[in-house]
Design a protein. Structure first.
Length: 402
C-alpha cells in the first residue's frame, strides 16, 4: 500500500500557450485525487483513528486549497499573456506606422510629421512637430479620447486655422488633402494629409523653390481678380460661414464694405439656397442654379456657382437679368411674327440652317394638303418634295432642280 506522500505527488505539466479548459480540469482532478488519497489512507489504518481523521481533514483542505490556487494562477497567467499579445500587436502597428512616417519624412524632405495610429489616443510627433510634445499626456495616464493638438505653436495661428477643417476630414473620413500654408516667419510650406493602414498622417514640408514663385504670383493675381470682379464673389470656412467677400458682393447685399458684410454675416443667397448648396457640396459636386433675388435694391436674376474645397468653399454670382430680358423679348417678337405670318393668305415656309422645316403657316399647309403631323416632324425640303411627288402633286422626276 503506498504511503500518504504518494497521493500528494502532483506531476508538473507545462501549460501550453492559450491553454483550454482541459488544463484547468486536470488541476481540479488532481485536487480530487488528493481527497480520495486521504480517504484511502485513513481506511488503511494509518495511525490512531482520531489522529487519522485529523490528518485526513488537514490534507484534504490543503489539497483543495492548492488546486484553487493553481487554477487562479493559471487564469491570471493566461490573462497576462492575452494582454501582452494585444500590447505586442499595438507595438507592431506603431512600429509600422512610425516606419512609414519616417520614410515619408526622409523621402519628402518633410519638416515635421504628426501621426495618429488607430487604437492609440496619443499622437506621434516627428521632426519639427516634436515641439508640441508638451501637449501629450504622460504615457502612464493615457486619455480615453484622441488628443487634439494645437498646431499654432508650430505652424502659426493662420495656418492652424486653415488646417482645422482638412484635418477633421482626414481623421474622421480619411480624406487626403494638399494645402499650401504660410509659416509664422512667412515661410511657404505644403501641408499634406494622408491615410494609410488605418493611420492618419500630417506631413509638412517646404514648398519647392521652383513652384514657390508661381504659387505666390498665382495668389496675387487671384487676389486682384477677386477684388476687381464686377460680380459678387465670396469664400466660406469649413462651417459654412462667410470668410471673405469682394466689393461687388458688399454692394449687392447693401454693405458699406466687404469686411462689414463678412462681420455681420450678410448673405446674398437665402437660407434654402445655402442649405441646398451645402448638400450638393457634401457630395463632392459643384452647386449651380439660377436664382431670382433682390440685389443692390433691384430684382435680379443671378447664375450662381459654388464649389467645395478642403479649406471651405467658394462661390460667385453672375447677373443675367439683362440677358434674360433680351431672351424673353426675342421670344415675344418671334411669337408675334409667327402669328402675323400665320394669318397671311400667302403660303410661307422657312427652313433652318440644318435644312429642316423651321416654320410654316396655315396657307402653306392647305396649299398642298400636307399632313400637319408630317410637318411637325420638321422634314427637309427634299423630304417634302418627295412626299408631294408620291402624292402626284408635283411632276414625277427623280432629280429636282436646285
Amino acid at each position: 500500500m503506498p504511503g500518504p506522500a504518494a497521493f500528494l505527488h502532483i506531476p508538473y505539466r507545462a501549460i501550453p500557450h492559450r491553454a483550454h479548459a482541459g488544463g484547468l480540469s486536470q488541476i481540479l482532478l488532481s485536487g480530487t485525487a488528493l481527497l480520495c488519497g486521504v480517504a484511502d489512507a485513513s481506511a488503511a489504518g494509518f495511525g490512531a483513528p482520531q489522529s487519522g481523521t485529523l490528518l485526513g481533514s488537514a490534507l484534504g483542505i490543503g489539497g483543495l486549497a492548492a488546486a484553487v490556487v493553481m487554477a487562479i494562477t493559471c487564469s491570471l497567467w493566461l490573462g497576462r499573456i492575452s494582454r501582452n499579445e494585444k500590447a505586442a500587436l499595438r507595438s507592431a502597428a506603431h512600429a509600422r506606422a512610425d516606419a512609414y512616417a519616417l520614410k515619408s519624412l526622409l523621402a519628402g524632405d518633410a519638416l515635421g510629421t504628426v501621426l495618429w495610429v488607430v487604437g492609440d489616443p496619443l499622437p506621434h510627433l516627428l521632426g519639427a512637430a516634436a515641439m508640441l510634445d508638451a501637449q501629450i499626456p504622460a504615457a502612464a495616464k493615457p486619455p480615453q479620447d484622441v488628443v487634439k493638438l494645437d498646431l499654432a505653436p508650430w505652424l502659426g495661428a493662420p495656418a492652424a486655422s486653415a488646417l482645422a477643417g482638412p484635418l477633421e476630414a482626414l481623421r474622421g473620413q480619411g480624406r487626403a488633402f494638399t494645402l499650401p500654408i504660410t509659416g509664422p516667419d512667412g515661410a511657404h510650406w505644403i501641408a499634406e494629409g494622408r491615410s494609410t493602414d488605418g493611420s492618419r498622417m500630417l506631413n509638412v514640408r517646404a514648398a519647392p523653390a521652383s513652384g514657390l514663385q508661381a504659387e505666390t504670383a498665382a495668389r496675387g493675381i487671384l487676389a486682384t481678380l477677386f477684388a476687381a470682379a464686377p460680380f459678387p464673389m465670396w469664400l466660406r470656412d469649413t462651417a459654412g460661414g462667410l470668410m471673405r467677400a469682394n466689393p461687388a458682393f458688399a454692394q449687392a447685399v447693401g454693405a458699406p464694405s466687404p469686411e462689414e458684410a463678412v462681420g455681420r454675416g450678410m448673405e446674398l443667397l437665402d437660407l434654402s439656397a445655402r442649405e441646398a448648396a451645402a448638400a450638393v457640396r457634401r457630395e463632392g459636386k459643384a452647386y449651380q442654379t439660377r436664382a431670382r433675388l433682390v440685389a443692390g435694391g433691384r430684382r435680379r436674376v443671378l447664375e450662381v456657382l459654388e464649389v467645395d474645397d478642403p479649406a471651405g468653399a467658394g462661390g460667385l454670382a453672375i447677373d443675367i437679368t439683362e440677358a434674360e430680358a433680351a431672351r424673353a423679348e426675342v421670344a415675344h417678337t418671334i411669337a408675334a411674327h409667327r402669328r402675323t405670318l400665320d394669318q397671311l393668305a400667302t403660303a410661307v415656309v422657312m427652313f433652318g440652317a440644318d435644312e429642316r422645316l423651321a416654320f410654316h403657316n396655315s396657307a402653306y399647309e392647305g396649299l398642298f394638303g400636307l399632313d400637319a403631323a408630317f410637318l411637325d416632324t420638321r422634314p427637309t425640303e427634299s423630304e417634302v418634295l418627295e412626299t408631294l411627288r408620291t402624292a402626284r402633286k408635283v411632276p414625277e422626276q427623280a432629280d429636282f432642280r436646285a
